[in-house]
Design a protein around this ligand. Structure first.
Ligand SMILES: Nc1ncnc2c1ncn2[C@@H]1O[C@H](COP(=O)(O)OS(=O)(=O)O)[C@@H](OP(=O)(O)O)[C@H]1O
Length: 102
């Protein structure tokens, strides 16, 4: 989850806090890790893995707006991969660039 703070001099808006979740559709391809040789895994798990890619969707909402619940419902779909902990890309790690973000 990412908290983006935007300050404003307008008395109506004050400080706006948003939660941002990153959601990516998984892209399946050949697995190249040691885990691929783990015979205790079923074949459909041995031979495929998710490729790291930029998110295709961002969930943005106000704090306490239920963004976590929405993310958990969306990630139930088998083709969806989503971050677990907060990434803080836009507020803390933006300078690291898109390769870090993947
Ligand atoms: N469908 C629905 N209806 C009513 N309330 C709901 C719903 N889904 C989530 N929630 C409540 O939303 C709170 C969590 O919001 P967030 O995921 O945005 O959390 S946070 O702001 O990042 O902490 C959290 O409230 P609190 O338990 O008071 O913290 C959830 O219980």
């Amino acid at each position: 989850m990412l908290h983006v703070h935007r300050a404003s001099k307008s008395p109506e808006t004050h400080v706006e806090t948003l939660d941002v979740y990153l959601v990516a559709k998984a892209q399946w391809g050949p697995r190249k890790t040691m885990a691929s040789r783990n015979r205790s895994q079923p074949a459909y798990r041995r031979n495929v893995t998710a490729t790291r890619r930029l998110p295709q969707a961002l969930i943005i909402g106000v704090k306490k707006g239920g963004t976590r619940a929405l993310l958990e419902f969306i990630r139930l779909h088998p083709d969806v991969r989503a971050v677990g902990p907060e990434t803080h890309f836009f507020d803390r790690h933006y300078h690291r660039g898109l390769e870090w973000y993947r």
